[in-house]
Each structure stands twice: as C-alpha cells, then as structure tokens.
Design a protein around this ligand. Structure first.
Ligand code: SAH
Length: 345
C-alpha cells in the first residue's frame, strides 16, 4: 500500500474526475474495515472497482512470519511490495485492571539510522521511510489477526518517527479519525530519541497525542556514547524543547530510561536524571534491558532498579518500572531486527 495515504487517495481519484465521497468510500474500506481488495468494496460499481484495480493496485503487505509469546504478545514480520520488511508487535494487556487494552507497537521506517548502542534495529542500518498507509496497515493487520479492536498504539517499533515526520503524523490522523480506526489521541504515543525539530513541530499539532522521549542517560558524555546520532542535539537543548512543548500543550511527556549495568546506572547518573527532570512535568519509565545478541550490555542489578525507583519517588518524580513483553519471541523493545527476513535472504 505504498502510495496510498489519505491525501493521495483523494488526489488520485480527483485526477480521474471522481467526487470526494468516492475517495471516502475507498478510504473507509481500507482504514476502517481493513479491506485491501477492490473486488470486496461492494458500494462501488463493478466498472469502478475494475478501473481502480487497474490504475491503483493496492498491493497490501504480506505476513511472512508470526510468533506468539507465552505472555500473549504477537510479533508479525510484514513484507511490502518492494521486499522491504518491518516488524509490528501487538500486546494484549495482562493486568486485570486493563483487561480490555490491546496495544500495537508499529514501525515508522524500514531499519533505523540512529545506531543506538543498545538497540538491535540500529545494527542493520536504515533502508527507507514508510508511507502513512504502510504504517496504518500494520495496525489493521494486527487487529484482523487478533479479531479485537486495537485500543492503544505506540510509534515505538523500528525507525525514528521524527525523521519521517509528515508520514507519521498523517498515519496518526488516520488512526485517530473516527471514520477510520477511531483511536483517541491520548491513546496514541510517539517515541523519539530526541529530535528537537520534531518535538517543536509536534507541540503545534492540534491533537492531544502523547510524547515519549528515549532519554537513557542524563549525562551528556554517556548519552553521546549510547545514542551517537543525537549527540548534535544536546541535553540542555532537549530540555528547552520539552519546556516549550509542555508550555504549549500542557501535556506531560514521558522519559524512557533503560538501566544498564555500569553504563548509565551510577549515583552520578541518577543525580543527573534528577537534575534533568527538575522543573519539568514528566513521567519516568524505567525499563529492563532486553538482550540483544552480540551486545555486551547487561541489565542493572535489581537493587539499583529499586534504588532508582524510590529515589525518583522521594523527589516527587513519578516513575514506573515497566515489565518487558515478548522477549521470548525477540518481539520486545530493541529486539526488532527482521530475523526471519534476514535468514531468508
Ligand atoms: N526511535 C524512537 C522509536 C524507537 S523505540 C525512539 O528512540 O524512541 C525505542 C525504544 O525501544 C527505546 O526507548 C527503548 O525503550 C527501547 N529499547 C531499545 N533497545 C532496547 C533494549 N535492548 N532493551 C529494552 N528496550 C529497548
């Protein structure tokens, strides 16, 4: 579905002299019902269906692998028409209080250019951006497979969403649109490694989407080692961008912090994090490191994690210790690497 984002469908049909409501019908089949086959679009005439199939073939992504974790997490490897593959992860909630929650983590790029030391995706380098249609398709794919409505989405799969800003925002709008997936803006989260221009743009979007920042270190020299490609966007500038974001939107961003033994888990690191959070409306998610083959990085000791959680709490900084999901199927954060595809090629 490479070339079929919302604006493109409208434009393509207009070029054929078709009224906008026809584009809406086609879009609704695709983005509400997940139907990527014109022959099933029964409110269009047979002649129009044939013409559309001829002029604008849909070429939906193909599932080339699916794994189901012991905790119910499902990981899909989807292949697009040009052979590029991405991974998508669906996570049914396991907590009783959130039984109806079904979250999907989707990819925004094929591969990733950021080369973060702890993340498997970065090891393979960057291939290309995804179109909005290709992003939405991932969510619809999971929804169809599980047979239940997706309630939450996070742009936290492969890629850096703010380096593919326009397509990502267009995808979020389709996901949010009541005529399509209808997922509330607050249930839609974008995670960035800290692209300042993107944060400023995001602050100006009218929807109440949620922002997450992959922080992982509040000491510049540590962050530069872990996340070399955002070294040009230093922490004081990131903090200023977040202050602007909060002032403009009144919304609370969250920070992701992977605790890695001997790397970013010292007393000094904790103090730097407290200083970074000082005066910022924020929430800290402390995450266990998932294993990445070939990486020497190790998760922090349990007592360190406990110390960090309690110290943040004492400083009135809300902190949550996140559980990892799907690590037995290499479907957890930082493990998305298209293993199957690599083995096939
Ligand atoms: N480029 C965006 C979106 C990718 S999601 C961003 O950087 O935010 C990135 C998230 O995956 C990180 O914040 C981190 O929480 C998680 N992650 C990456 N590698 C990981 C690993 N080895 N173990 C656990 N989580 C990891």
């Amino acid at each position: 579905m490479k070339q079929f984002s919302q604006s493109e469908v409208v434009r393509l049909l207009a070029e054929k002299g078709l009224p906008k409501f026809r584009a809406d019908q086609v879009l609704q089949w695709m983005y509400q019902k997940g139907v990527f086959d014109y022959s099933q679009m029964t409110n269009l005439s047979k002649a129009l269906r044939e013409e559309l199939a001829e002029s604008f073939p849909l070429a939906p992504a193909e599932e080339i692998d699916k794994r189901i974790s012991a905790d119910g997490t499902r990981k899909y490897v989807l292949r697009y028409e040009d052979g590029a593959c991405v991974e998508t992860v669906a996570m049914p909630s396991t907590e009783n209080s959130q039984k109806d929650r079904l979250s999907v983590c989707f990819s925004t790029q094929v591969g990733c250019a950021m080369a973060c030391a702890f993340c498997a995706t970065g090891q393979g380098g960057f291939t290309r951006n995804l179109s909005a249609g290709e992003m939405v398709e991932q969510i619809l794919h999971a929804q169809k497979d599980i047979g239940e409505r997706i309630t939450n989405v996070v742009a936290m799969g492969q890629g850096e969403p703010f380096l593919n800003y326009d397509n990502t925002i267009e995808a979020l709008r389709i996901i949010n649109n009541k005529k399509f997936l209808g997922i509330g803006a607050r249930h839609i989260t974008v995670s960035t490694c800290g692209i300042i221009k993107g944060i400023d743009q995001f602050a100006n979007e009218p929807e109440q989407f949620t922002l997450a920042i992959s922080l992982h270190a509040a000491r510049q020299e540590v962050r530069d080692k872990l996340m070399p490609h955002v070294a040009s966007q230093p922490l004081p500038q990131l903090k200023k961008a977040l202050e602007r974001y909060i002032a403009k939107t009144n919304r609370r961003p969250s920070f992701e912090y992977l605790l890695m033994q001997g790397v970013n888990d010292s007393k000094q690191d904790l103090e730097a994090l407290l200083a970074f959070c000082d005066g910022l409306l924020c929430h800290v998610n402390l995450l266990p490191l998932n294993e990445v083959p070939g990486s020497p990085l190790k998760p922090a000791a349990p007592q360190t994690v406990r110390l960090w959680t309690s110290t943040l709490g004492e400083h009135h900084i809300e902190a949550t210790l996140r559980k990892s999901r799907g690590s037995d199927i290499a479907g957890a954060c930082g493990q998305l690497k298209n293993t199957i595809w690599k083995n096939l090629s």
